[in-house]
Design a protein around this ligand. Structure first.
Ligand SMILES: [Cu+2]
Length: 191
């Protein structure tokens, strides 16, 4: 009997202990989960930001900018065919010229170059050293719609790059023979 009573009181004591710690334990667990959620949120936010700063300041010459880079400037280029067998570019859909308009950015800027294809043919755009009939040398890895996969009619695409070196360059459609038909323009990176 004494043993039974002792056992019961032990059981009661265990229940009391369980009740005593149950609520604080639940609160602690909830806090731990919230800290984990907030920690993961902050971690996710901070890691890409650190990468962005490093890339924007470091600016690997000729290298592609990470996709997370926030552009300083966005250039929307419209591509189209013109009467007389000429092809051209414009900064608005209703002002396509052959060759295209001069574009200026500042050295170190993160540039988003977006191509909108208004034409009936496939087109693209690339920043190049010189306008070539085929295989132009692409600078800053800035190319939208490479020759083996140009942007289809009605389509659009974009690239983000760091204009890391001042100089006078060009942009051109990398599809073979489109450059000589007027699909190019001057691209200046100001110091
Ligand atoms: Cu083209």
């Amino acid at each position: 009997m004494a043993g039974e009573a002792h056992g019961a009181s032990l059981k009661e004591r265990l229940w009391l202990i369980a009740e005593k710690y149950y609520i604080p334990a639940t609160i602690l667990a909830a806090l731990a989960i919230w800290l984990g959620v907030i920690g993961a949120f902050l971690f996710d936010l901070q890691v890409p930001q650190a990468g962005q700063e490093g890339a924007a300041l470091g600016g690997v010459p000729g290298g592609a900018a990470p996709a997370q880079l926030q552009p300083d400037v966005t250039i929307v280029l419209y591509a189209d065919e013109l009467p007389g067998g000429r092809f051209g570019f414009g900064l608005s859909p209703d002002n396509i010229t052959s060759p295209g308009p001069e574009i200026r950015v500042k050295a170190g800027q993160v540039v988003e170059l977006r191509l909108v294809n208004l034409g009936n043919l496939r087109h693209g755009v690339a920043i190049v050293q010189s306008v070539e009939k085929t295989n132009p040398v692409v600078l800053f890895n800035a190319i939208v719609g490479p020759p083996n996969n140009p942007i289809p009619p009605g389509g659009e695409g974009s690239v983000i790059f760091v204009a890391s070196q001042p100089g006078e360059y060009y942009y051109q459609c990398p599809v073979p023979n489109h450059g000589p038909k007027g699909m190019w323009g001057v691209f200046i990176v100001e110091p």
